[in-house]
Design a protein around this ligand. Structure first.
Ligand code: SAM
Ligand code: SF4
Length: 335
């Protein structure tokens, strides 16, 4: 491998360029969202989870191979002890253009400004309900007012963008699409709706509460004159503008659209497994190489380049099927 070649190193077998990684820095979370994990979720023993230094090393290698965007996620990334150290290091990493984070917002009130100073450009905050009781029922433990204060702090911290992520479930919060968009408009934020994916064994029947983004879009169009937008943030969302506002409404639709064709990302779990596709089992464990070659990046680089070549063509979700397509939790793979 010629390291000075101008051809991007991370090209898969279908010609797709991988320049975006999503990195889960913990499987732990202070919430227990009903679609994400069971109430009695068992977390990984701490020694199976990589150190922050190991995440940094991995990101550095990926960036040297052409990755330009890193999303830090989890579990809840902001409950990982000393996570700020990693954000600060990554914020200074040459070549990394876009450092972003996905959070449940529970810690944002106190961390938003430090994250911004570290170089985080954008923040996605998950928010499924504006009703405190419902919010508590969906997250099983969360406090809505804390998250709303976190969103306020994120707005003040001056990120390039603060976006809400919402997952609607039939009979649980699907009547909140319009109120949540109204809240986003009032706050000057973007909002994206994510379709529920059948991941992990969460002790509920995903298909029974599945709401398609087509349904949500139809409902929203009964209230707003949404204008289709070609804008992209490098992710799989399709956007609509709400006229005369600063708000874009996005739809992340793994079921309704085939977003695999333009997939540019891979995921790294908190254990150091490289998952090539959210909906497939194909993975490569990078942890042994990290440990075995603490001072030599070449074996890791080669393993990463080889793995990307084998990235699957696409996923195979069927939301109405009763079983998870993949028996692993979003909190481990990184949503
Ligand atoms: N804890 C952070 C949060 O909630 O934003 C980051 C990790 S969480 C796994 C990332 C995103 O995954 C959240 O927006 C959540 O709604 C979404 N998610 C979790 N389980 C999901 C599922 N089964 N289907 C679709 N999205 C899911
Ligand atoms: Fe935690 Fe995020 Fe999963 Fe909710 S969706 S349980 S906040 S990791």
């Amino acid at each position: 491998m010629n390291l000075h070649t101008h051809v991007p190193a991370l090209i898969d077998g279908f010609g797709r360029k991988v320049d975006y990684i999503r990195l889960s820095i913990t499987d732990r979370c202070d919430y227990r969202c009903i679609y994400c994990m069971p109430q009695d979720m068992r977390f990984l023993p701490k020694d199976e989870v990589l150190s922050l230094e190991e995440y940094y090393r991995l990101v550095k290698i990926f960036v040297s191979l052409g990755v330009r965007k890193v999303r830090i996620t989890g579990g809840e990334p902001l409950v990982r002890k000393n996570a700020l150290w990693l954000f600060n290091e990554l914020g200074e990493l040459p070549g990394l253009k876009d450092l972003v984070v996905t959070t449940n917002g529970s810690q944002l009130e106190h961390q938003a400004s430090a994250l911004r100073q570290a170089g985080v450009r954008r923040v996605n905050v998950s928010l499924d309900s504006l009703d405190a009781t419902r919010f508590h029922n969906i997250t099983r433990v969360g406090q809505l007012d804390k998250v709303l204060r976190g969103i306020e702090a994120a707005k003040k911290a001056g990120f390039d963008n603060v976006k809400l992520n919402t997952l609607l479930m039939k009979g649980i919060n699907d009547d909140e699409a319009i109120p949540l968009v109204a809240y986003a408009i009032a706050q000057g934020l973007d909002i994206s709706f994510i379709e529920e994916m059948p991941l992990g064994q969460v002790q509920r029947l995903h298909h029974s509460t599945y709401v398609s983004n087509e349904e949500t879009l139809k409902l929203l169009r009964s209230r707003y004159d949404l204008i289709s937008s070609v804008e992209s943030t490098g992710g799989p969302a399709r956007y609509w503008r709400v006229p005369n506002t600063n708000t874009k409404v996005g739809f992340i639709s793994p079921h309704s659209h085939n977003f695999c064709e333009s997939c540019n990302r891979v995921r790294i779990t908190c254990k150091g497994e490289l998952y090539l596709c959210l909906g497939q089992e194909s993975k490569v464990d990078l942890a042994p190489l990290l440990k075995q070659f603490p001072n030599d990046d070449i074996p890791l680089r080669n393993a990463i380049i080889e793995s990307i070549r084998a990235k699957p063509k696409g996923h195979d979700f069927n939301p109405r099927r009763n079983e998870p397509a993949v028996i692993r939790f979003m909190s481990q793979t990184g949503g």
